[in-house]
Design a protein around this ligand. Structure first.
Ligand code: KIV
Ligand code: ZN
Length: 524
């Protein structure tokens, strides 16, 4: 008699590395407050492990891992280290306050890395890996070992390294496709070979970590799972080194939507995928393309008449996932002039933001001002107002009091600007620049004394309609460092001034922190 009982789904560990590998992508660096915001959102999303950073990399990375380990509860908090004492000790120093900590040690194993980067023999690699794992185990029971460039490592040698790392105490073995070179078939065979050939493999969880250089990171991760891997390493929106990492939202929704194929479960609260994706876009300034699977603006938009007709008759004709299951709200039109603070707080929560009382008060005041200007307030407007409030330094050193602008064909633009600093107000009138935006930049620079080079300037509408909020996202350089700024208003010159002030406040705050932490001769 054949057994017709369905198999119990296998639970897959979701290891998020948005704050480590993701943060390594160009333009994605975050400050401490931003990392904490993302960390809380990831915890609410239900990730099992959160790689919070690479503590030895910089004092900022160390501080972020320490702060996340101290304050975020729920997921296992993980810190990355190379296989050397200094890295591992520093990682543990940052992690020790975590309720559940993991040290993640890595060492390259492929011939190309051994020969050209490390100049080490196979035996030396094994010895170093074992020493690293043993040191990490001396601090904490939960240790992950990654064989960097595993996808290009000779399988016989990879089996030896994995066996030795498990024997030394590693509880998770990660198989990275560091350069995004492998294919689904190859990945499947590699994981299958490790399961069949490494005698102590049952003592550890096998993990995959796929980069997207050939656009196959999600497919390769799914293949690893089908072969028996129990953990997927991934990032929100797929951000990461070069072309990025396996996208969390795609791999999770693939397993959920094709349950009969993968027979797996995760703890991810899928309704939070879109809010977290949006939060990361706002914080990093890295937008996802409209047609991005699962979280893109067009992911559920049906344009063709035939599709729309089918959808009206039966949704499943053209829809394999429900938008509400990934966090797109059913209705976009939400609040108006008469909506109260509680309604705004509710909506903010649904959109994935938990605001402090003070933040809510400020957003509410801005919401009321906006409601006087435009009748219908959409989710996009609310997100823009909240982001403007929460992104950037907590200290608002400079704020906008008022401005006026005049410009026109053949006229030199003129901006009169008043800014507040403490209890004082400063006014400048500037008649220069090639347009009102340029003039606004000059005026802010003149009052604050902070000179910047504008590297990127983007304006987009937060919602539909001519009366939509215009969001300005800026990237500026000041004394060799890059800073971001974001501002939103129905007036694009005002958005620019707000974005510029957001960037200026980051510069001033960071400078103050740096000068406080500077070691004086008496300290040393
Ligand atoms: O891509 C990679 O190999 C990594 C390791 C540090 C896991 O990010
Ligand atoms: Zn990586």
């Amino acid at each position: 008699m054949t057994n017709t009982q369905p198999k119990t789904p296998r639970s897959i560990t979701i290891f998020d590395t948005t704050l480590r590998d993701g943060e390594q992508s160009p333009g994605a660096s975050m400050n401490l407050a931003e990392k904490l915001e993302v960390a809380q959102a990831l915890s609410d999303l239900g990730v099992d492990v959160m790689e919070a950073g690479f503590p030895i990399a910089s004092p900022g990375d160390f501080e972020a891992v320490r702060e996340i380990a101290t304050t975020i509860r729920g997921p296992i908090i993980c810190g990355l280290a190379r296989c050397n004492d200094g890295d591992i000790d520093r990682a543990w120093e940052a992690l020790q306050k975590a309720k559940q900590a993991r040290i993640h040690v890595f060492l390259a194993t492929s011939a190309i890395h051994r020969e050209f980067k490390l100049r080490m023999t196979q035996d030396e690699i094994i010895a170093r890996a074992v020493k690293g794992v043993e040191r990490a185990v001396s601090y904490c029971d939960d240790v992950e070992f990654s064989a960097e460039d595993a996808a290009r490592t000779e399988i016989d040698f990879l089996c030896r390294v994995v066996e030795a790392a498990i024997k030394a105490g590693a509880t998770t073995i990660n198989i990275p496709d560091t350069v995004g070179y492998t294919t689904p078939n190859e990945m499947y065979q590699r994981i299958e070979a490790l399961i069949n050939r490494v005698p102590n493999i049952d003592k550890a969880i096998l993990s995959c970590h796929c980069h997207d250089d050939l656009g196959m990171a999600v497919a390769n991760s799914l293949a690893a799972v089908q072969a028996g891997a129990g953990q997927i390493e991934c990032t929100i929106n797929g951000i990461g080194e070069r072309a990025g990492n396996c996208s969390l939202e795609e791999v999770v929704m693939a397993m959920r939507t094709r349950g009969e194929m993968y027979n797996t479960t995760t703890r991810i609260v899928t309704e939070r995928l879109v809010p977290v994706s949006r939060l990361l876009c706002k914080i990093t300034g890295l937008d996802v393309q409209r047609n991005k699977a699962v979280v893109g603006r067009n992911a559920f938009a049906h344009e063709s008449g035939i599709h729309q007709d089918g959808m009206l008759k039966e949704r499943s004709t053209y829809e394999i996932m429900r938008p509400e299951d990934v966090g797109f709200s059913k209705t976009d039109l939400v609040l108006g002039k008469h909506s109260g603070r509680a309604a705004l707080a509710d909506r903010a929560k649904e959109l994935g933001y938990s605001l402090t009382g003070e933040q809510l008060q400020t957003v509410f005041e801005q919401f009321k001002t906006l409601a006087d200007k435009k009748k219908e307030i959409y989710d996009g407007d609310i997100v823009a107002l909240i982001q403007q409030q929460i992104s950037g330094p907590t200290q608002r050193v400079w704020s906008l009091t008022s401005f006026s602008v005049s410009s026109g064909t053949g006229k030199v633009p003129c901006v009169e600007l008043t800014l507040q600093h403490g209890d004082e107000h400063f006014t400048e009138r500037v008649e220069q620049g090639d347009g009102p935006i340029d003039a606004a930049f000059w005026a802010v620079e003149k009052i604050t004394g902070i000179k910047v080079v504008c590297k990127d300037f983007r304006v987009r509408s937060a919602t539909i309609g001519r009366d939509a909020l215009g969001e300005v996202t800026l990237e500026v350089e000041h004394e060799g460092q890059q800073y971001r700024g974001m501002g939103a208003s129905t007036d694009s010159v005002e958005s620019t001034i707000l974005a510029m002030l957001n960037a200026v406040n980051r510069i001033v705050t960071e400078k103050a922190v740096r000068s406080q932490s500077r070691v004086t001769p008496q300290d040393s």
